[in-house]
Design a protein around this ligand. Structure first.
Ligand code: FES
Length: 103
């Protein structure tokens, strides 16, 4: 199911916004011309990454600087480890929508 989360104009490049959908905290961000969405909680120690940094197609956790790919959720630094969930994201008119759930 697609959920409208933010207006396009709210998502300036590098800004990370947080929303809660179906009980999940989800981050939405723009880097360059791309939109990304991922789970908000870092799997290292359960800290929110809403205050982290996005650069190219990666997000860095603000707590201990673990870095995750926004394409597949894999840990890219400091080595192999747990993934974060990645959600499909699209524009629908002026709204940014993310897909959570199968319907
Ligand atoms: S809590 Fe995110 S890197 Fe440690």
């Amino acid at each position: 199911m697609w959920h409208p989360v933010f207006k396009n104009e709210e998502l300036s490049p590098g800004k990370i916004l947080c929303s809660e959908i179906e009980g999940k905290k989800v981050l939405v961000m723009r880097s360059g011309n791309e939109l990304y969405s991922c789970g908000a909680m870092c799997p290292h120690q359960g800290v929110s990454m809403a205050e982290g940094w996005v650069f190219d197609d990666e997000i860095t956790c603000p707590e201990h600087s673990w870095v995750f790919s926004l394409k597949d959720g894999s840990l890219t630094w400091p080595g192999s480890g747990p993934r974060i969930p990645i959600y499909p994201v699209r524009m629908n008119g002026e709204m940014v929508e993310i897909q959570i759930g199968n319907d």
